[in-house]
Design a protein around this ligand. Structure first.
Ligand SMILES: *Cc1c(COP(=O)(O)O)cnc(C)c1O
Length: 465
């Protein structure tokens, strides 16, 4: 045991956790049986657990700890702000310095005329804001029936009732009475799983044209907005074929549909530009931000909207807001995070050093017997596990079985790499060096080899018919 710890034994912590703590996106009864891992501290790209293990976090927490763990500057910024002004709201003819400074900084960083920020406490809240923003926008322009929002199956936009309705996760829609009315879903541009006999470029166009078909079917005067992640994150790091985004942009322009880019993961350097929209060459009217905005050090999110939307919304009273919109401590932490990203040229580091190095190694994984395609944009990558590469076959076992075996091997090798069904995904902190990436790949290769051996031994290396 390398780290000094000052807490109860792991088994006692696990028992107390099981007794009173309900975990998100988990079957809590199973967690109680197996016992959860207790994370106690973190530094750089490594987590420590209550047993003193050092775990390489190739997911940057939940896609958010972009500058890495343990930056004292953010702790100092939070402490300073808490002493000076721990809280005040911005509802009733008041404001405060951190909210002013952060909104100005974001207007400077965001492309084009995306110059106005409505703050929220999370990505989910920001997307709820967006639902009301785009509907109010069209209502104010005399088109109250232009209120349908089009999204995509297998998209992730958050977990509140509104944002989960925008999302296209079947498992989420099965619980709690969602989606809300007037949300419509089209298919995702996931060529590996759904491309059939089409070439990727042809498939990308076909999937983009589903947006046009939906608009024509629903009526141009009924569709308020289209929302999408520049690269789908939680859906399995799905990178659209190159033909996809230009066609989406053409369709949004042609039918005057507001384009909402959900930048909660892609924003703040993850794709090698400040925003995923820049990497994909799209011009959104609204961007959703959260996660990397504060590198996860404080909960904060928001919507960055363009001049036109701010003007139209600004002419009415927008009856919407959160107690913690623009929270001064979270805003101060976000500002310090943005300062570090800029001054340490971390986005340049991603584009010029880390991402090219990672891409080469990541794409070489396709020579592993378990791996079909390998996709990567900047510092977010996925591999599709398959029993037969040439036919892009799915496994005969229930979807996710093989991914879970692989994730368990990663966990055992002190590597955090997530599975989404039978895809494995990474989203490491943006500060990783080539040496860090080498260490990550030692663990990835070991885990994939062990998973392959295990799957073969269990007779699971079989294709579905
Ligand atoms: C995580 C995520 C959200 C939701 O953000 P929360 O802070 O968890 O509410 C929304 N959109 C995308 C693309 C995300 O990855």
């Amino acid at each position: 045991m390398s780290t000094i710890t000052n807490h109860m034994p792991t088994a006692e912590l696990q028992a107390l956790d099981a007794a009173h703590h309900m975990h998100p996106f988990s079957t809590n009864a199973d967690l109680s049986k197996d016992g959860v891992r207790v994370i106690t501290r973190a530094k750089g790209i490594y987590l420590s657990d209550s047993e003193g293990e050092q775990i390489l976090d190739a997911m940057a927490g939940l896609w958010c700890v972009n500058i890495g763990y343990g930056r004292d500057e953010l702790a100092d910024a939070a402490a300073r702000q808490m002493r000076e002004l721990p809280y005040y709201n911005t509802f009733f003819k008041t404001t405060h310095v951190p909210a002013i400074a952060l909104a100005n900084k974001l207007a400077e960083l965001a492309p084009d005329d995306l110059n106005h920020v409505f703050f929220a406490g999370s990505g989910s809240e920001a997307n709820d804001t967006n639902i009301r923003l785009v509907r109010t926008y069209w209502a104010e322009k005399g088109q109250p029936d232009k209120n349908i929002i089009i999204s995509r199956h297998n998209a992730y936009h958050g977990s509140s009732v509104g944002s989960a309705s925008l999302g296209g996760m079947a498992g989420m829609h099965a619980q709690g009475g969602i989606p809300i009315p007037n949300v419509h879903h089209i298919n995702q541009p996931n060529w590996w799983a759904e491309g059939g006999d089409m070439a990727p470029e042809e498939f990308g166009l076909a999937r983009a044209r589903e947006l046009e078909e939906a608009i024509l079917e629903l009526g141009e005067n009924r569709v308020a907005a289209f929302i999408a992640e520049p690269v789908q994150g939680a859906g399995g790091v799905i990178v659209a074929p190159e033909t996809y985004w230009p066609e989406i942009q053409r369709i949004c322009d042609k039918y005057e549909i507001l384009l909402i880019a959900d930048e909660v993961i892609c924003g703040f350097g993850r794709t090698g530009s400040w925003f995923g929209s820049q990497t994909m060459g799209i011009r959104p009217h609204i961007m959703t931000i959260a996660k990397g905005l504060s590198s996860g050090y404080a909960p904060i999110g928001g919507s960055i909207v363009n001049d036109d939307i701010a003007k139209v919304i600004g002419d009415t009273e927008f009856n919407h807001g959160y107690t913690y919109s623009g929270h001064p401590v979270a805003a101060a932490v976000a500002l310090e995070n943005l300062r570090i990203l800029e001054e340490e040229r971390i986005v340049d580091h991603v584009r010029d050093v880390a991402a090219p190095y990672l891409k080469k190694k990541w794409e070489a994984l396709t020579s592993h017997p378990l791996v079909g395609e390998a996709k990567i944009v900047g510092m977010m990558g996925s591999i599709a596990l398959t029993p037969d590469k040439s036919s892009r076959a799915k496994f005969a076992s229930e979807a996710g079985t093989i991914g879970l075996i692989c994730r368990e091997r990663c966990f055992a090798n002190n590597l955090i790499m997530r599975h989404v069904g039978d895809r494995m995904i990474i989203s490491p902190p943006l500060i990783v060096t080539p040496a860090d990436i080498d260490e990550m790949f030692l663990r990835i290769h070991k885990s994939l080899d062990e998973a392959h051996a295990e799957i073969t031994k269990q007779g699971l290396m079989r294709a579905a018919n």
